[in-house]
Design a protein around this ligand. Structure first.
Ligand SMILES: Nc1ncnc2c1ncn2[C@@H]1O[C@H](COP(=O)(O)OP(=O)(O)OP(=O)(O)O)[C@@H](O)[C@H]1O
Length: 602
């Protein structure tokens, strides 16, 4: 996702845009304690710099005391040397106190930003999540939020103080050694910066490539592990390993090239700074020989420049980190800027369910513009009644459930509940009123108890157990050594399909919604458990509106109405008996399934 940014103005506007966006995290409005820490940290930066600038003067004075021909002043020279050491210590002390004070600010900003992005990701549409690889998205967030902390640190505590120090050194040089020395210093710093920037830009290209390859390798590994079972079915371990190795090797090659390029940067930088050091010290030594400067002045120049070079030594890394940080943060803000596809209209009201009457009126929809899935579907489920939707695979049955949940907006027609268009009510209240037992249940990697209790926030253990009994899973849970604390594994893989389905039923029972969708809810169960659950589901269905999506027609013979969906249209409708009389698609499906059942029994 990381974009390479080229061109000065574009880069500046990008940097400015990103800076503007993270200032509120650094200077949060309702957090006076954080703001106080920022101010204190900045004050400590100034104190530390002042201390470091005093140090070379103490050193110089001590050396001058030792010059031949001067009055011996041993005790003063000792005091000055001690002051020099104290100033050195002071610099380190203040810097570290500053780091301690600022740590909370950086961590706090990172945490707030990460939470903001996380919340936003849940607001984005299903389409976004199906199209993006989860591994790649989490990597973008991880890099983006981490970079805010590092960037703040470098900007405030490296670039800022270096600018202050450079200004102070320039003033001192001007006063003591004349304008030539100032000009030489600025020329050196300018050459240093230009060189560092050029080499770092080149290195950045190498790094970006390395990052892309890293993201690719991680995504491949995640995808491969998520498909663990499929890999085994096809004995494709070697194929998977080869694919991963290829990605990892490409990353390793790019990483070697990127890391080796550092040597060029270090060598060039060292050449520039040491040229300056030699020139400045040579000049002061020459001045001393002419009686214009003292030996202490040589020491002063040496110490001031050595101090100035220390943060400059890190400039390449700082520039690269800030630039990379900007790219990472821009990628993250790009995620934040992703508009949610399904949004509440400004005047959205809460959905109020009275009877639970669900109406699809000439609904048209396609996941992609050029491939319609529903081509004008209409049906009405009166409150408290059960509608079954049947039809061939891929006819659009589950799509109807997704549209009722408003994971997507319809492209034509409308869906309403008790006369309220679902596109005009608050999504949260819409989803609160609908429960679903989906075709493929995915569970949280936590305990069975957690997964059932997910159905209703604040549910008591007794309520969880009652729901589990209702879904015929309690006995299974009770037989586990860890009871409701049994871990279900990633995506619930430690449970069988039927057990997962029963957990899904239990949590929906706990939610107790007025409208219920059962999408092949009992397809993964054996016939004995299915009969047991069917009874429960019938009881549950009695008091609410239910839409049942089913393949096995024997499970829906009692439905008040059955809609046969074919090729995106309602091909037939009626109850079981009337549909059999029509002798159409439904009757054909029924006959086929009856024959299959007979063959199984035989
Ligand atoms: N996210 C998606 N993007 C693009 N096409 C999709 C998406 N989800 C489903 N489809 C397509 O839409 C069509 C209808 O899918 P849907 O899941 O509603 O079928 P279904 O009738 O429930 O089938 P089944 O009985 O096999 O579950 C299918 O052809 C499917 O490939």
């Amino acid at each position: 996702m990381a974009k390479s940014v080229t061109g000065g103005t574009k880069e500046q506007s990008l940097s400015w845009g990103v800076f503007r966006r993270f200032v509120p995290y650094l200077w949060p409005e309702h957090e006076p304690a954080i703001r106080r820490r920022v101010v204190l940290a900045l004050a400590l930066v100034l104190v530390a710099k002042a201390t470091t600038l005093l140090m070379p003067f103490a050193y110089k004075a001590a050396i001058d005391r030792m010059a031949p021909g001067l009055q011996p002043g041993v005790s003063l020279a000792v005091a000055l040397v001690v002051a020099y050491a104290a100033a050195r210590f002071g610099g380190v002390l203040f810097d570290n106190v500053r780091n301690t004070v600022f740590e909370r600010v950086g961590q706090d900003a990172t945490q707030r930003l990460a939470t903001h992005v996380f919340r936003h990701l849940h607001d984005l549409s299903l389409r976004f999540h199906l199209e993006r690889r989860t591994g790649a998205v989490t990597k973008v967030i991880e890099r983006g939020t981490k970079s805010i902390d590092v960037m703040l640190y470098f900007l405030l505590f490296n670039i800022g103080p270096t600018v202050i120090e450079l200004t102070a050194v320039a003033v001192i040089f001007w006063v003591k050694f004349g304008f030539g020395m100032v000009a030489a210093t600025f020329l050196m710093v300018a050459t240093y910066i230009v060189f560092t920037r050029k080499v770092t830009d080149w290195r950045n290209h190498l790094r970006e490539r390395m990052n892309d390859l890293d993201t690719g390798a991680v995504a491949k590994a995640v995808d491969s592990l998520l498909n663990y079972e499929t890999v085994k079915y096809f004995s494709a371990e070697d194929r998977e390993a080869a694919r991963y190795e290829k990605a990892a090797r490409a990353y390793a090659d790019a990483a070697v090239r990127s890391e080796n390029s550092l040597a060029w940067l270090n060598i060039g930088q060292s050449f520039i700074t040491n040229l300056m050091m030699a020139g400045a010290m040579g000049y002061t030594v020459w001045g001393w020989s002419k009686g214009r400067f003292t030996p202490g002045d040589v020491v002063l120049v040496n110490t001031l420049l050595a101090q100035l070079f220390r943060p400059l030594d890190m400039l390449g890394m700082v520039y690269r980190t800030i630039r990379q940080g900007l790219i990472d943060m821009a990628a993250m803000f790009e995620l934040v800027d992703q508009k949610a596809e399904v949004v509440d209209v400004p005047s959205a009201q809460p959905l109020i369910v009275s009877e639970g009457r669900v109406k699809f009126d000439n609904v048209r929809f396609g996941y992609e513009a050029n491939r319609p899935i529903l081509k004008g579907v209409s049906f009405l489920v009166p409150g408290g009644k059960t509608l079954a939707i049947v039809g061939p695979s891929g006819a659009g049955k589950s799509t109807i459930a997704r549209l009722l949940f408003r994971f997507y907006d319809v492209t034509g027609g409308s869906i309403s509940i008790d006369g309220q268009d679902i596109g005009r009510v608050q999504q949260r209240t819409l989803r609160e009123n609908i429960g679903i037992v989906p075709q493929d249940t995915v569970l949280f990697n936590d305990t069975i108890g957690y997964n059932i209790a997910y159905g209703r926030e604040g549910a008591t253990p007794e309520e969880v157990e009652a729901a589990a009994r209702g879904a015929a899973i309690h006995d299974f849970v009770a037989a586990q050594p860890d009871d409701y604390k049994t871990q279900v594994g990633e995506r619930g893989l430690k449970l069988s399909g039927g057990e997962k389905q029963r957990v899904a039923i239990a949590r929906t029972l706990l939610k107790d919604p007025p409208i219920l969708i059962l999408d092949e809810a009992t397809s993964a169960l054996d016939s004995r458990t299915e009969a047991e659950i069917q009874r429960t589901l019938r009881d549950v269905s009695a008091q609410r509106t239910v839409i049942v999506i089913a393949h096995r027609l024997s499970t829906i013979v009692d439905a008040d109405e059955i809609v046969v969906l074919n090729d995106g249209r309602v091909a037939e409708r009626g109850n079981h008996a009337s549909l059999l009389r029509q002798n159409g698609l439904y009757a054909e499906m029924w006959a086929r399934q009856a024959a299959e059942a007979e063959m199984e029994e035989a």
